[in-house]
Every structure is written in structure tokens, then in C-alpha cells.
Design a protein around this ligand. Sequence first.
Ligand code: UT7
Length: 329
Amino acid sequence: MEKGYTASITGIGSFLPKKVLTNDDLTKMLDTTDEWITKRTGIKERRIVENGVTASDLAIEASLRALDDANVLPSEVDLIVAATITPDCLVPSTACFLQDKIGASNAGAFDILAACAGFVYALSIAKSFVASGAMKTVLVVGTECLSKITDYTDRSTCILFGDGAGAVVVQRGNGRREIITTHLGSDGSQAELLMLPAGGSKLPTSHETIESRSHYIRLKGKELFKVAINNMVDVITKTVAENNMKIEDIDLIIPHQSNIRIIEAAMDRLKLPREKAYINIDRFGNTSSASIPIAIDEIDKGGMLNTGDSVLLVAFGGGLTWSSSIIKW
Ligand code: UT7
């Protein structure tokens, strides 16, 4: 636990591309139905970028909105941490493209890759830099163009994913939206449950990798599903206990939007009313590292929380990785 300063979220923003891909649209491309997708995932539609739009492009508007909300100029940002599994390219980082595009002329910039748990990983980095006194203003972004790594011939995965971005500004505590704790975990022995096999040093891009469609994300949905529920229950329970709180002390849970059945099953196991978990998967699908900051922005702009409410963020994804955070609103 760092000594020094407290860290607060002082600005929040998000950006979703305009183009909507509905379940009905997918039924024209694949052997599927709106009923199957809705029942098995809770998703009705997702947003998709136009050709040529990148993860850093989505991050621009989300970041500028968060900076404006915090009343901070881009030149005042000390560090940009971008969580993404769909970087503009492998090198340089998406954070560097964003740094240039928003004119954050005094900022360091790097990406982190922790899949769907990535935003809270990035938030924990921001909290640590601010709490130690090393930095005053950190921009944290979750941004994804998942449509670019989705195989639209694979009906068991392509129904899940959407594009979008969310951002927060983290600064020294101002008594509001204080980041009380962050918790991170991983289990690399289960890496094969969610993987994009080609394009790295293990399997460089080649004609063969393209032919075998190994440049698209693959997941073992059924196995992941079970692990995800157990993990969510476990992480929420431990996070609350480590902060000497009771589960009833949490006013709202903001889970990564992976599948409504995962979230509802976890809430049932925790004996919590389902309404205690924020849901927007019906409109945006799974946007990986962008899902939690997009939800935070909706909740904030919708005035759904009161000052002093305890909010628990919880995420799980490829790696495997998981993360959680408690924020005092
Ligand atoms: O964000 C990171 C974490 N992500 C996750 O944790 C995702 C976890 N997994 C899931 O959300 C679910 O496993 C999926 C939504 C991916 C799949 O749902 P499921 O209930 O596990 O379905 P399934 O893969 O067991 O497939 C059941 C049946 C199969 O047919 P048979 O073999 O029973 O005849 C599939 O072929 O449903 C079939 N199916 C479909 N049918 C219509 C699979 N996809 C579709 C589809 N439309 N889109």
C-alpha cells in the first residue's frame, strides 16, 4: 500500500463508433439467430468502426472528453497508459500515437496488454504513480477495435465483440472518486483459452497463418465461461475482505461485460440482487479493455451514483488475467 498521496478519478470520457452491427445483421452473414445470441450472451447489438479507423483514433475523443471533464489541458498530462489488445500496430505503442494526436507534449506513453482486465491494470499503474508523488496527472485509456481481429465466419466468437474506447484522468485526491485499492492477478498456464495465435514472435505472419485464419482471436468459450464465473465470485469476495468491507457495503459493481450469463451467475452465487451489477452488454457487446471505462462514463453522466458510494470494478480475460478496484465515489 503506497504512502503519500491519495489518487482520484478527476475526469471521465468515452467514445463509441456510430456504426451499429445488430444481431439481425449477423443473421444475414452467419447461421445464427437473434434469439440464440440474446439468450446465450445478452447482446443485441455492438458498435463497429469504419475501415481505416484505429484504436488510437477511438481513444482521441474519449481522452479529450475525459481531459475536458477534469479541466486539464493535454500539455498537463505526465503519462498516458493505454490498455488495448488491438493496438494500431505492434510498434510503436497506441499510447504514442494518442500522445501525438491529442498534443500531450509533456507525457510519457506506453501500452499495457492484459486483455479484458487491462483497464484496471492501467488504472493501478496510474494510482501508483500519483500516490507515490512521482506524477500529478495520468491519462488512462481502454481502447479496442476488436472487429479488426474478429473472424466473422466463426459464429461462436464474432457475435461477442464490439469496438469502443473509454478514458479517465487520475490525479491527486480531491475527496471525490478516490481509488481506494486495486488488485491484479494472472494464470498464464491457461493461455490457450483465449488467444490470437499469429503475428508475434511465436508464429510470425505468413501465407500459412492467413490461410489458417490464425490472425483472428480464438477462444474456448465453454471452458472460459466456467472459469469466468468462479473467478468473478472469488475476486469480488477477496477484494471486499481485503478492504475490511462486507459485500453489502458495495453500492454498485461494474463488471467487465463478457456475457450477461456470467455476470448474473456470479451475482446469484454472491446472493446479490442482479441490479447491483451494471449492464450495458446489450448495446455494446464485449469491448475488452474498453468495457469498464465506457460503463463508468455512462454511470457518471447518468448520475447513477452518490458521493461516498462504494463502487467495485471487476474484470477477467485472456492471459488469463483478472483485476479489481474499489472506488469511493
Ligand atoms: O471477455 C473475456 C472473457 N470471455 C468469456 O469469458 C466468454 C465466455 N464464453 C461465452 O460467453 C460462451 O461460451 C459463448 C457465448 C462464447 C458460447 O455460448 P455457449 O452457451 O457456451 O455455447 P456453446 O459454445 O456451448 O455452443 C452450444 C451450441 C453448439 O451447437 P451444438 O454443438 O450443441 O449442436 C454451437 O455450435 O450452440 C451452437 N452455437 C450457435 N448457434 C447459433 C454456437 N454459436 C452459435 C451462434 N448461433 N452464434
